[in-house]
Design a protein around this ligand. Structure first.
Ligand code: PLP
Length: 372
């Protein structure tokens, strides 16, 4: 049996007519940059995130870069984030002129440790950027509280977490609702993925939203008039039309991922050597990735590959140890929880179209590897 890590062809087969119709309308109209589909998607994603503003952009990376640029960082200004994330989080801080300050993650969820965030806040801290890793929100209430006392903004990296929720003070809060600005990625493999790169910033701060919108189009609202130097980071109308067609399916897809996660949790319970993902009881996870902690991880991955099962390591090298961040002065051992996680994490197929037979095969193949 063959079980890829992700099967976008299976997703497309289920929605082909509606998504092709939406794409064709854009092609017939021949208006490809921004335009009505982007405005409509901005409204929908802002509503989904209970945020005031939505601003489409070219990628989730730019969805971080633009709000960071809006902070007008000066040399030495710091943004606190996690080293256990995709490179873009810290790359965007660097490219906006900031200095990433890494703090370690929690050993269960691998989300940023809020106590470590609070301890790292100093006179040069200009923002905090929690990442809602693999589709589960970070401890936003603690992070927001720490930020509030120091008067600094929180910029959420929700690239993997569109629609994820967390109970804060007994109330559901969705990714993007609490931060000053939030980035979503529409990279094709995301729970809501386009037909290429795409991203969206949602913002609750009016000034931030206006600034980001302007920076997105070379720093000016009026054609050929530029108030500041921005970048070109527009969302294509074609991407927006595809995403609008997919959006009504998003909550069902995320529910399907949760069901698959529940299946694996049961099927792998008691397997010595495997810890299935820990969901903070306050969170509703969207399982963008289903990541286990595995002893003999590399052996397991090779075994799965042999048996036709896709898997991936997110992430093999934490960001504080990347060559390009050598100038920050971190060493091996600086972030022990992230470093330990990097040696044990393994993402398994969890996409909503997985059949029962495929899931059972994955679980049985893992059990067999550990002699169960
Ligand atoms: C946590 C995180 N941040 C940022 C990004 C960047 O998004 P994009 O690939 O759309 O630029 C990603 C995408 O993989 C991500 O997973």
């Amino acid at each position: 049996m063959n079980v890829p890590l992700l099967d976008l062809k299976a997703q497309h087969a289920g929605i082909r007519d509606e998504v092709m119709r939406a794409a064709e309308a854009v092609i017939e109209g021949q208006a490809f940059i921004l335009g009505q589909p982007v405005l409509d998607l901005e409204k929908e994603v802002a509503a989904l995130s209970k945020a005031k503003h939505g601003i489409g952009c070219a990628s989730g990376t730019d969805g971080l870069l633009l709000p960071f640029k809006a902070l007008d960082l000066k040399p030495g200004d710091e943004i606190i984030t996690t080293p256990f994330t995709f490179f873009a989080t810290a790359g965007a801080i660097h490219n906006a002129g900031g200095r990433p300050v890494f703090v370690d993650v929690l050993p269960d969820t691998w989300n940023i440790d809020p106590a470590a965030v609070e301890a790292a806040i100093g006179p040069k801290t200009r923002a905090i950027c929690p990442v809602h890793l693999f589709g589960q929100m970070a401890d936003m209430e603690a992070i927001m509280a720490a930020a509030r006392t120091k008067g600094i903004p929180v910029i959420e990296d929700a690239c993997q977490a569109i629609g994820a929720r967390r109970k804060v003070g007994g109330q559901w809060r969705v990714a993007g609702e609490l931060g000053a600005a939030t980035s979503f990625s529409f990279f094709p493999s995301k729970n809501l993925g386009g037909w290429g790169d795409g991203g969206m910033i949602v913002a609750n701060d009016d000034a931030m939203a206006e600034r980001v919108r302007r920076l997105r189009t070379h720093g000016g609202f009026k054609m050929y008039h530029h108030d500041e130097v921005g970048i070109n980071s527009r969302l294509d109308a074609l991407q927006a039309a595809v995403l609008l067609a997919k959006l009504p399916h998003l909550s069902r897809w995320s529910e399907g991922r949760r069901k698959n996660a529940a299946f694996y949790a049961e099927a792998l319970a008691g397997v010595d050597g495997v810890r299935t993902p820990v969901t903070d009881p306050l969170n509703e996870h969207i399982f963008h990735q289903y990541v286990i902690h595995a002893e003999q991880r590399d052996g397991l991955q090779a075994h799965l590959k042999d048996k036709g099962i896709g898997s991936a390591v997110y992430y093999p090298l934490p960001l504080h140890l990347q060559n390009c961040f050598g100038y920050l002065g971190y060493r091996k051992g600086s972030m022990p929880v992230s470093e330990a996680a990097a040696g044990h994490v393994l993402a398994l197929p969890c996409y909503p179209e997985l059949s029962d037979a495929q899931k059972e095969y994955v679980a049985a193949t893992i059990r067999a590897f550990y002699g169960r």
